[in-house]
Design a protein around this ligand. Structure first.
Ligand code: RNT
Ligand code: ZN
Length: 421
């Protein structure tokens, strides 16, 4: 890692370079410091949860790999998240799944209550973190048929409706306790491996179930409801009930948030281009930032062109207050804390790069029809010294600049993770 002096000198030079383009890098860092990323708890234990030792089952999602040292208890998971957060600049949020409840007496999913999340809420409060929440509509015997909220079996459908309802109460309690609205997301795995005979029935039942779940009005200062679409999953290749069209229409009609998971579309489709489209009709959206690789939607986020484009769209569209940025990936083949740190730091880096854009200049050239200038500028921007601003930002936020965060992660692996059975 460079010395503090080197970091400061490099930053001074970068600040001047950006100023030449009319960009105020100090202001960019101030704005960046106010953006909270919602860190997903499920990267810490391969989407296992604490209900049983069985781990993730069904639902068309899969965590592959057997890297040692995964969190086995809520305390271990919280310690791991603490470690990750200490290596990530800024103040962020925790995104929890219902199956991470700490509940004595093993209540079923439709019996969960806010009190089963007290330890998480207390921990979030002590750390100054906001919380977001998710119903868990998979890894459960009543999801084994592949259908939950769209099930033709009325008992099964009702059970999952009840789960949706209790999750909103839990989200609202988290929002109230922490003084920041809890984005409570709903994703269901419902779909079919092979060509269904009836595409309409499950979708009609899903609409009915959602209407039942969202019937109770809960203030937006406590709870923001989100619905997440998907194109296909493992075992639901031919049909997914909750498709993009379905949830986009539902979100517009019912004023919920739409959750766009960046791994849930055809590989040639990009979420960056969808943001301004849906934001024309919706107040707010949730992103599940992920990285699709061929058929898998959940690789660790890297600083890809698409990640940069997503950040650009959020910043250029002035959507920072209306787009909730959550992460959604799970890699069990590498150090799980490193996975969080890499993905989250990349998301923040992408936002920094977007905030360092000479947006007025670019916009002016476009309006003037100077497409030559626009293309030339966009390419020149790629080699501007944003790395120097990033290092300085990390230092200012008292987190490691450069690769030294990895040494800390390795030390934690040696001292803590390697001692887990
Ligand atoms: C699955 C969805 C969903 C899950 C998490 C665990 O394809 O992306 O968001 O990844 O809820
Ligand atoms: Zn997702």
């Amino acid at each position: 890692m460079s010395s503090l002096k080197n970091i400061e000198e490099a930053y001074e030079a970068a600040r001047e370079r950006y100023a030449e383009l009319g960009v105020d890098s100090d202001e960019a860092m101030d704005r960046l410091g106010k953006i909270a990323i919602s860190l997903h708890c499920w990267q810490g234990d391969d989407v296992g949860g604490f209900e049983s030792d069985q781990g993730l089952s069904g639902g068309g999602i899969m965590a592959t790999g057997a890297y040692p040292g995964k969190a086995r208890t809520p305390d271990e998971l919280r310690a791991d998240i603490d470690k990750a957060l200490s290596l990530i600049p800024g103040k962020h949020r925790l995104n929890l799944h219902a199956m991470y409840a700490e509940a004595k007496g093993k209540p079923d999913r439709n019996e969960l209550e806010p009190e089963h999340f007290t330890a998480w809420i207390d921990w979030a409060k002590a750390n100054g973190l906001g919380m977001d929440f998710n119903g868990t509509f998979f890894s459960h015997p009543k999801a084994d048929s592949g259908f939950t909220l769209s099930s033709a079996d009325e008992g099964t459908r009702k059970f999952w409706v009840e789960h949706g309802i209790v999750c909103r109460n839990i989200g609202a309690a988290m929002g109230k306790e922490l003084g920041t609205p809890c984005v409570t997301n709903l994703w269901i795995p419902d779909g079919s491996k092979d060509i269904p005979a009836d595409r309409k029935g499950p979708r009609e039942r899903l609409k009915k179930s959602l209407d039942e779940i969202f019937a109770k009005q809960i203030g937006r200062s406590r709870l923001l409801d989100a619905v997440e679409c998907k194109l296909f999953g493992i075992g639901s290749e031919s049909y997914v009930v909750g498709s993009h069209e379905f949830y986009l229409a539902y979100a517009i009609q019912n004023k919920t948030l739409l959750c766009l998971d960046t791994g849930h579309f055809h590989p040639t489709e990009v979420v960056s281009d969808k943001i301004s489209s849906v934001m024309t009709f919706l107040d707010e959206i949730l992103l599940h930032v992920s990285r699709g690789v061929r058929w898998d939607s959940d690789h660790v986020v890297i600083l890809s062109d698409e990640l940069r484009a997503i950040a650009q769209e959020i910043v250029r569209g002035d959507y920072l207050d209306r787009v909730h940025i959550g992460l959604d990936f799970f890699d069990a083949s590498i150090n799980r804390i490193a996975a969080w740190v890499i993905g989250t730091r990349c998301m923040i880096k992408a936002l920094l790069i977007a905030l360092l854009e000479p947006s007025e200049k670019l916009h002016r050239m476009e309006l003037d029809g100077d497409y030559t200038g626009r293309l030339a500028m966009l390419e020149e921007l790629k080699t501007l010294p944003f790395g120097a601003v990033w290092d300085y930002y990390c230092t200012k936020m008292e987190t490691p600049a450069g690769e030294s965060w990895l040494d800390e992660t390795r030390a934690y692996e040696k001292d803590v993770l390697s001692k887990r059975g």
